[in-house]
Write a protein that binds this ligand. Sequence first.
Ligand SMILES: NC(=O)c1ccc[n+]([C@@H]2O[C@H](COP(=O)([O-])OP(=O)(O)OC[C@H]3O[C@@H](n4cnc5c(N)ncnc54)[C@H](O)[C@@H]3O)[C@@H](O)[C@H]2O)c1
Ligand SMILES: [Zn+2]
Length: 455
Amino acid sequence: MASSSSFCPKHALTLFTSNNNRHNRVISPEFFVRFPASGSLGSSRCVVSIDSSNSNNNNNVKHRLMTSGSSAAAPVMDQSPTQTTSSPAVPTTVEVDLGNRSYPIYIGSGLLDQPELLQRHVHGKQVLVVTNTTIAPLYLDKTIHALKDGNPNVKVESVILPDGEQFKDMDTLMKVFDKAIESRMDRRCTFVALGGGVIGDMCGYAAASYLRGVNFIQIPTTVMAQVDSSVGGKTGINHRLGKNLIGAFYQPQCVLIDIDTLNTLPDRELASGLAEVIKYGLIRDAEFFEWQEKNMEALLARDPSAFTYAIKRSCENKAEVVSLDEKESGLRATLNLGHTFGHAIETGVGYGQWFHGEAVAAGTVMAVDMSYRLGWIDDSIVKRVHKILVKAKLPTTPPETMTVDVFKSVMAVDKKVADGLLRLILLKGPLGNCVFTSDYDKKALDDTLHAFCKS
Ligand SMILES: NC(=O)c1ccc[n+]([C@@H]2O[C@H](COP(=O)([O-])OP(=O)(O)OC[C@H]3O[C@@H](n4cnc5c(N)ncnc54)[C@H](O)[C@@H]3O)[C@@H](O)[C@H]2O)c1
Ligand SMILES: [Zn+2]
């Protein structure tokens, strides 16, 4: 296996790029980004940029130091789950570094009561808030007030969509366009997504395509959306034959995360979002995983301090990956640990039956099982993954209705299939390391599927 690595002495970070060309076929390079064992992920970060225009083995690596707002203020709760500090008045800010499309993620309590935060990112005089029937009674008035307070010239319209993953489709998307066109929204208007990942993905895709692209703001209200879907610009809708098959990369102007919105989130939804938090630890941040092992109870108890930290650290991890690989040519795909199996579950059982994070949790267990069968990780990781998912009240096996054939047929149309080969994100090496590869023994995949399915 050919590989190259490059080391940043200042921040003690090593980037490995390996390109496996066995069997004389072109396989996407595997990316490993290894962070130092003890936390350097404080207020200053080492950002590694991969210039993918270069040949695979000679990636051009540029390092920069990035400091992010007041984020260093967020506490790490190492021991006591009941330890709390008051939420900061100034929001914790994480920057997504994408050149002239960079944007801030504001995280904190009471942010919907700070109109200036939102208003500084609204261009033009027309705003369309996209939300759903569950969230509208809870937060629509507050959001409209935040958009209009001291700003009477702004006209705010809203469209309230039916609630559910099963409505993340073309018909429902059209209702957003209907409202925008009926309200004569022009090119300078701003679309605001107020809701979970479904609303964020749909509103983002609507913003990307309405008049070929209008301003867009994310106000995520689920853990899932706050730690993952609102950051990074992936937008889209489902097709009957597969999840998120129609969409666009489209970055927002800002992401405003008011953690108070989590107070109304049902427990099962909260747990679903934690599957993505756990994912960041597994793929690239062992120290964060260890923090989660100690603080899962605090997260389930909705401790604001623990949540602010978990969201910040998740957003930092996601922002870093997105700024290195916005359009998913390699590294970004690692954020999909457990998702190939998970999407098969979501599609197999019907959208909305299993929550996204629940399917990802069971999918993560399958990916970890396969990694172990390949001899790539030791069994202590298998046990820790199982334990933390159980602690987070997430499923660790797929539903009984899933068969090997259903898994295989849905996985065959996964977006990560390239040249007929299914690329998977698998753990490899010590905790916090993963690979994105199609170069694995197919028997291990078969064995995993048979181990988790009755037929
Ligand atoms: N774009 C991305 O990068 C990305 C990443 C991960 C997931 N996703 C997508 O996100 C979606 C899942 O997101 P989700 O888990 O947020 O589901 P969701 O949007 O369906 O929200 C879950 C439920 O919680 C309700 N809800 C939302 N906020 C609430 C609040 N504060 N109080 C009470 N109820 C509230 C919603 O109305 C819904 O019923 C999937 O479609 C998935 O594909 C996208
Ligand atoms: Zn996900």
